[in-house]
Write a protein that binds this ligand. Structure first.
Ligand code: ADP
Length: 634
């Protein structure tokens, strides 16, 4: 291959532009990113070496400062890249979906830069924050010396590829610094950055350091020194690890944000392993994106300090995918392949232990620091709720962790099932909930009227996933969960209302029959309600039919739920009932009656936030009524 100039993909150009003109103050992180890439590359080579005896090296990262050229070199003897891989990895942003990246970039500000760098796997480009030119020479493990590739770019529109020779496998990145950033050719500066960000990297990070030789009259000598302590943080004694070290390591794993809780422990007994797990404070931008890449989950797995994979799904269930961390097992065989991992029973045992630990940490946080838990739940509650449907064994524990808004609590607060039950008046028998799009819409639901007047609270379930959650939890503390918009609800002492409804049903028998007949295609039944105090009517679902919210969710997903007719409930105390009865008794063929029947139905649909079938017809009817009303007023 002779010299070959290639254009960067548009998104890379955008990104580079952002990097070059970045005012982001913490430029030091470029070195952290380049060293992290070097260590990852060694991880991969070392993993290959487990099954291929030909691969062997004194694994390390080396930093060299070249003051003359105002440059710094990061050298690794890791896996290296073929020329195709260089084009794929360094010329494009392949991983997390270009579209998502472009969007995030457009919406982002300077402050978001580290997040962008971390989340989209664009660490390499961060070197352009400080560089005028970057050169990368790489040789893939298993390739011959003459198959190495040199990549060069000034970070503008294009990069250059050239075939070169390289005696060892691995990669050398040379960053030619902008003169403004020559501070990165100072030994002390590089040392400080490595200590701060890369201390736990398990391979030695070696650098020639200039010293004064005390034995030889203070003559300057240069000798290689290992800068990092290399102590895998998870293998250290928790009492020896500082908060800052934990935080830095979290950043290394999560690429952004801060940990809310850190769990660092040794599991003994059936299986022995060391774990360092983090609950993050905030969800990264792409956490809820539909992009499957953004749903990646897993912990880093090490076997006796040897890196195996950074995405071990068998260690943690998907609904806990917000957890970051490392597990180091001494019981797994070292030559474990990724395929074997899927079938290993030991991993299942580790997973149960890890899940237990996480759920108990969450419980502790909820009980002892509710405000923090509330913030956490707003970020990750949706994900946690998936566990209710998927993790039978831990469903009860998970149920304890759920919190919801409720009718009687402020909009900025949430309560748990335990809080709810504790506040229940004695006469209340069931736990009431209502599902819908927003608190605003639910607060005004006619379904709540009777409950309000009795002082009962109602949980507001406003996440679409809540519809599925309630299908998996039928009760809490022996109290049944009851949707307020479903079935015949038992409000406790309701003898009076029942008596009233019985009388009304007899008195308005003909009207009920008429409405039932007229609305037959739409409703299953017309009856008097135990729920209403003020509104004239509402729609309820039969106990086992899907709720209105469930139907809306399915529609939004373009999926049809089999039509299920609902029940129209009327308020026996509302003057509308007597008025309609009067109209019916006067002339049961009056066409206005049919119009009114349709309007009652549409009203009920509107009050629950639904969309009526024929809005034009509805408004025509309302206008007609207004005309009538206005005439009568004269
Ligand atoms: P990330 O490391 O987050 O994936 P980068 O932009 O830093 O994103 O790197 C992109 C890809 O380039 C890496 O995933 C890796 O495949 C490759 N790469 C970068 N540096 C090296 C290196 N020193 N050795 C081998 N491959 C590398």
């Amino acid at each position: 291959m002779s010299k070959n100039v290639k254009q960067f993909k548009t998104e890379v150009q955008h990104l580079l532009d952002l990097m070059i003109h970045s005012l982001y103050s913490n430029k030091d992180i470029f070195l952290r990113e380049i060293i992290a890439n070097a260590a990852d590359a060694i991880d991969k080579a070392r993993f290959e070496a487990l099954t291929n005896k030909d691969i062997n090296a004194d694994w390390k990262v080396r930093i060299e400062i070249d003051k003359e050229n105002n440059a710094i070199k990061v050298i690794d003897n890791g896996i290296g890249m073929t020329d195709e891989e260089v084009v794929d990895n360094i010329g494009t942003i392949a991983k997390s979906g270009t579209k998502a990246f472009m969007k995030a970039m457009e919406e982002s500000s300077e402050a978001d830069l580290p997040e962008l760098i971390g989340q989209f796997g664009v660490g390499f480009y961060s070197s352009f924050m400080v560089a005028d030119k970057v050169e990368l020479v790489t040789r893939k493990v298993g390739e011959t010396a003459d198959k190495a590739v040199k990549w060069t770019s000034n970070g503008k529109e294009s990069y250059e590829l050239e075939n070169v020779n390289k005696s060892e496998h691995g990669t050398t990145v040379t960053i030619f610094l902008n003169k403004e950033f020559s501070v990165y050719t100072e030994e002390y500066k590089i040392k400080t950055i490595i200590k701060k960000y890369s201390d736990y990297i398990e391979y030695p990070i070696e650098m020639p350091i200039t010293k004064l030789d005390e034995e030889d009259e203070g003559k300057e000598i240069v000798a290689d020194e290992i800068i990092n302590s290399q102590k895998a943080i998870w293998l250290r004694n928790p009492s020896d690890v500082t908060e800052e070290e934990y935080r830095n390591f979290f950043e290394h794993l999560a690429h952004f944000g801060e940990p809310l809780r850190t769990m660092h422990y040794v599991a003994e007994g059936k299986t022995e392993f060391k774990a360092l797990l983090y609950l993050p404070k905030t969800a990264p931008m792409q956490f809820y994106a539909p992009d499957p890449d953004a749903r990646k989950h897993g912990l880093h797995l090490y076997v006796k300090r040897v890196f195996i994979t950074d995405e071990c799904k068998e260690l943690i269930p998907e609904y806990l995918r917000f957890v970051k961390g490392v597990v180091d097992s001494s019981d797994l065989p070292l030559n474990v392949s990724r395929e074997i991992l899927q079938e290993n029973a030991l991993l299942g045992k580790i997973q149960s232990n890890v899940v237990r630990k996480i759920l108990s940490e969450l419980k502790k946080t909820k009980n002892n620091s509710f405000d923090e838990y509330y913030e956490f739940f707003k970020e990750f509650g949706k994900t946690l709720k998936e566990g209710i449907a998927t993790d039978n064994a831990n469903r009860e524990k998970l149920q304890e962790l759920l919190i919801f808004e409720s009718m009687n609590t402020d909009a900025t607060k949430m309560i748990s099932f335990a809080d709810y039950v504790q506040a229940m008046p004695e006469s209340q028998k069931e736990i009431y909930y209502i599902t819908g799009e927003s608190r605003n819409m639910l607060e005004n639901s006619p379904h709540l009227e009777q409950l309000k007047s009795k002082g009962y609270d109602v949980l507001f379930m406003t996440d679409p996933i809540d519809e599925w959650v309630v299908q998996h939890i039928h009760n809490y503390a022996d109290k049944k969960l009851q949707a307020v918009g479903k079935g015949e609800i038992d409000l406790g002492d309701t003898a009076e209302v029942e008596e009233q409804n019985k009388e009304a049903t007899e008195k308005h028998k003909t009207l009920l029959e008429y409405l039932q007949k007229t609305l037959d295609v739409k409703v299953k039944e017309v009856r008097f309600s135990k729920r209403l105090t003020d509104s004239a009517c509402c729609l309820v679902a039969d106990q086992y039919d899907p709720s209105a919210q469930m139907e809306r969710i399915f529609k939004a997903m373009n999926q049809d739920l089999p039509e299920s007719k609902r029940i129209l409930e009327l308020n026996a105390n509302h003057p509308l009932v007597d008025a309609l009865q009067g109209l019916y008794d006067a002339n049961n063929e009056n066409p206005v009656l049919g119009e009114y029947a349709e309007m009652i139905y549409d009203q009920a649909v509107l009050t629950e936030g639904g969309i009526i079938n024929d809005p034009l017809k509805f408004t025509q009817r309302v206008s007609n009524l207004m005309v009538l009303g206005a005439k009568n007023k004269k």
